[in-house]
Design a protein around this ligand. Structure first.
Ligand SMILES: Cc1cc2nc3c(=O)[nH]c(=O)nc-3n(C[C@H](O)[C@H](O)[C@H](O)COP(=O)(O)OP(=O)(O)OC[C@H]3O[C@@H](n4cnc5c(N)ncnc54)[C@H](O)[C@@H]3O)c2cc1C
Length: 450
């Protein structure tokens, strides 16, 4: 079956939903939009989780869905969410799935009685024919897009090393090796006395820690990570001033300026975090002025520090980590996984430095991988990779670049995958700005009959 559509959005998470909402708000008819994705619109990988212990890592006023009404979610939360544990000294940190329900409700309300063409499947390949984009779907159908917006978000983690599974039952494997923990559906099966291995030491590992503590875990938790450090707790920071950025900055100059600007206070203090957030306001513009090789240098030299301090954790989550530490229930095993060996009932992880960790269950907390759909597009030479070689390159108007570095007139990318080209576009507020900007462009084009 073939469908021909005016605007197609690929993806069904926050980016796709917020794109749809802003297109509708700009007067683009619902009948001209098709959305392809197999989940509940608005929830995606980030906010479609069953665990009540997975919390937003930012306070409620930072989850902006309308730039002209930044406290929309905060008001909705007050009226719709019953979550006494959300309140902390650093603000309200709600459950992630409650934010997902909010976004889905926004979509439903925005559509009203209008029907959206939602195709509940995945796009497996994108090809070009004439002026159109031809999408192969997982349900064996084909969809044709005159204008195509890719909003496929964060591709779920895969094991970062070889997993040897000889002589183990498939059922045991399925439940004891958790390759993608983002939904949290693996948690109820965990026995309270089990020794758990968390592979990776970022926010996903902290999510698991919070959930395990909340369900009364008594066994050991081994965290495999190159460094013995977790992201800090969110403080009740405020931006107070604007940095006076030097005119021309090299990557080295940027690092120096940031070092000098940050106070010598604790990274968990409001003072330090306020200064850090003041710096972040202009960083995307600065990032876009760097060449590809300069961006790669920055990623190599300070990428891990950036991720550590940029993605801070909710106070509830850090309180759970502290509880485990006090009980001597958590232990860092330094190194990188080289091989995972399963010998029911144990799992051994061999590390690159000769060390090892042994547990009864392993949770893959290694984070986002490369999106197979985008890799496929790069292989077909319709597009080029971004500076970090992790996604596809876009220009400042979110238009995807072709193999001659020229922007396609009818292909856009929004959301976290634009990070290599545009900087830090991961938070809801940044994605909202992208969606508003693109909706404006598209509504204008449609008015002019383009
Ligand atoms: C686990 C997790 C937790 C996060 N928590 C926070 C937080 O607390 N606060 C915050 O500000 N940000 C958070 N983020 C950051 C997040 O990037 C953004 O806030 C935002 O949710 C990204 O939305 P998205 O739609 O681009 O991506 P996603 O949430 O990854 O959704 C993408 C959707 O597209 C679908 N899709 C992918 N490929 C295809 C395809 N080929 N065809 C059709 N559909 C496809 C996926 O199945 C998925 O449903 C989190 C991210 C993750 C991964």
């Amino acid at each position: 079956m073939r469908n021909s559509n005016e605007i197609v959005i690929v993806g069904d998470g926050f980016s796709a939903a917020i794109m749809l909402i802003h297109l509708l708000r700009k007067g683009v008819p619902a009948a001209s939009i098709t959305l392809i994705g197999s989940g509940v619109i608005g929830q995606g990988n980030a906010y479609c989780c069953s665990s009540q212990s997975y919390r937003l890592n930012v306070r409620e006023d930072l989850l902006i869905t309308f730039s002209d009404d930044p406290s929309h979610f905060a008001r909705w939360a007050q009226n719709h969410i019953d979550d006494p544990k959300a309140k902390t000294e650093a603000g309200n940190f709600y459950r992630r799935n409650d934010f997902g329900h909010y976004v889905s409700e926004l979509v439903t309300n925005e559509l009203g009685s209008r029907q959206l063409n939602h195709i509940p499947t995945k796009v497996t390949q994108i090809l070009r024919k004439g002026d159109d984009w031809i999408l192969s779907l997982d349900n064996n159908n084909i969809s044709i897009a005159k204008k195509l917006i890719i909003a496929t978000g964060n591709a779920p983690p895969i094991w970062p090393c070889n997993v040897s599974t000889k002589l183990v039952s498939p059922v045991w494997l399925h439940t004891h090796l958790v390759e993608n923990p983002w939904a949290g559906d693996y948690l109820p099966e965990i026995g309270a006395d089990e020794d758990i291995i968390l592979l990776g030491g970022g926010l996903t590992a902290l999510d698991a820690i919070n959930a395990l503590v909340e369900q009364g875990h008594l066994g050991m938790i081994y965290v495999i990570s190159p460094r013995k450090i977790f992201p800090p707790v969110q403080a009740s920071w405020q931006r107070q001033r604007e940095p006076k950025w030097p005119k021309k900055l090299s990557p080295r100059g940027l690092i120096r300026f940031i070092r000098e600007y940050l106070p010598s206070a604790d990274v968990a203090s409001s003072e330090w975090q306020g200064a850090w957030e003041e710096l972040r306001v202009n960083l995307n513009t600065i990032w876009q002025q760097f060449s590809s090789s300069q961006r790669l240098i920055l990623l190599k030299r300070v990428g891990w520090i950036w991720s550590l301090y940029r993605f801070r954790a909710s106070p509830q989550t850090i309180a759970s980590y502290k509880q485990l530490r006090e009980n001597n229930q958590i232990h860092f095993v330094l190194g990188r996984a080289k091989q995972i060996i399963c010998t029911e009932p144990n799992i051994r992880v061999l590390l690159n430095n000769g060390g090892e960790a042994v547990g009864e269950r392993i949770i893959n907390c290694t984070g986002v991988r490369v999106d197979p759909l985008l890799s496929n597009l790069i292989s077909s030479r319709l597009v080029i990779p971004d500076a970090l070689q992790q996604s596809i390159a876009v220009d400042g108007n979110l238009r995807v670049l072709d193999s001659n570095q020229k922007a396609w007139e009818n292909l856009w990318l929004i959301g976290p995958a634009t990070m290599g080209s545009l900087g830090d576009v991961v938070a809801a507020s940044a994605i909202t700005k992208q969606a508003e900007q693109l909706a404006e462009q598209l509504a204008e084009q449609m008015k002019m009959g383009v």
